[in-house]
Design a protein around this ligand. Structure first.
Ligand code: ADP
Ligand code: MG
Length: 267
């Protein structure tokens, strides 16, 4: 995988994870350089979410190596890791009722001393995150009343307020309509291109998020089936190997890449 010089910010070596007695990750090697955007793709059940959780130190037992900024992820204290890595899970409505501002403020918890209130610096980080994600007008709203696209931006705002410069996102554009998909893609593009964030996103959005990525990791059954730039991925045989389905490629995608879509019999 292309590393843009210097030490990788994230790395795994021969990573294996078993859940319920089954191998879910079966020897995954990856490296993500500083400022790089990595897209992780693969069929349902391939182990993509498990890989993200492991990179965020949330998988207690694994074999092989997982390193964040050159240090084993298990060697970080939880709060310390949370200041470096922010994880946006496949989100849903939180069980408890929060206003948008209160939810984004929770992103600051890794920075707060026990029982202490937000400092001026915490407030500044929250305000900046609200501004970057363009949700300032929503701060007083209940999370339960938001549209899916609005809620996704709030989750990203909480991750940004957290202050880490490595962002892990699990299917950030799934379930969004087209306008909201584009908003999230533009936001991630800005964070990556202008903000210097290192971004790892699990996605099925081949023509959007994958086409924008610096590199792509294709997982199948917990193994790396593909690793390389989007241009090498956009090949009918490669896509078929990953997804077990035929694809049609036509000219006209982003960055001079083809557009890809699943082929259907009789179309
Ligand atoms: P993906 O995100 O690629 O769809 P996941 O990482 O969520 O895949 O899951 C990979 C595999 O691990 C799936 O087969 C899933 O059923 C299994 N799995 C996930 N969590 C557990 C668990 N706690 N116990 C047993 N199997 C699990
Ligand atoms: Mg998943």
């Amino acid at each position: 995988m292309a590393v843009t010089g210097g030490r990788p910010r994230l790395a795994t070596h021969g990573l294996r994870v078993s859940l319920g007695g089954t191998g879910v990750l079966n020897g995954v090697d990856l490296e993500v350089g500083a400022g790089e955007l990595l897209a992780i793709i693969g069929p349902n059940g391939a182990g993509k979410s498990t890989l993200l959780r492991t990179l965020d130190g949330l998988q207690p037992s694994y074999a092989g190596g997982v390193e964040v900024d050159g240090r084993p992820v298990g060697g970080y204290r939880r709060r310390e890791l949370a200041r470096v890595v922010s994880f946006v899970p496949q989100n849903d409505v939180p069980a408890d009722d929060y206003t948008v501002r209160a939810f984004v403020e929770m992103g600051r918890y890794p920075h707060l001393a026990a029982w202490s209130a937000l400092t001026a610096e915490d407030r500044r980080a929250v305000d900046e995150a609200l501004e970057l994600t363009e949700i300032e007008h929503l701060t007083a709203r209940s999370m339960k009343t938001l549209s899916g696209g609005e809620r996704q931006r709030v989750w990203i705002a909480a991750a940004l307020a957290q202050g880490g410069t490595i962002l892990l996102l699990d299917e950030p554009t799934s379930f969004l309509d087209y306008r909201h998909q584009v908003q999230i893609l533009d936001l991630l593009g800005r964070l990556h291109a202008e903000g210097g964030y290192t971004v790892v996103a699990v996605t099925h959005d081949l023509n959007g998020l994958v086409a924008d990525a610096d590199s792509v990791l294709g997982l199948v059954d917990g193994r790396v089936e593909f690793s390389g730039p989007p241009a090498a991925l956009f090949d009918g045989a490669v896509l078929a190997r990953i997804f077990g389905s035929d694809f049609v490629l036509v000219a006209g995608g982003r960055h001079g890449l083809p557009l890809v879509m699943p082929a259907r019999v009789g179309s």
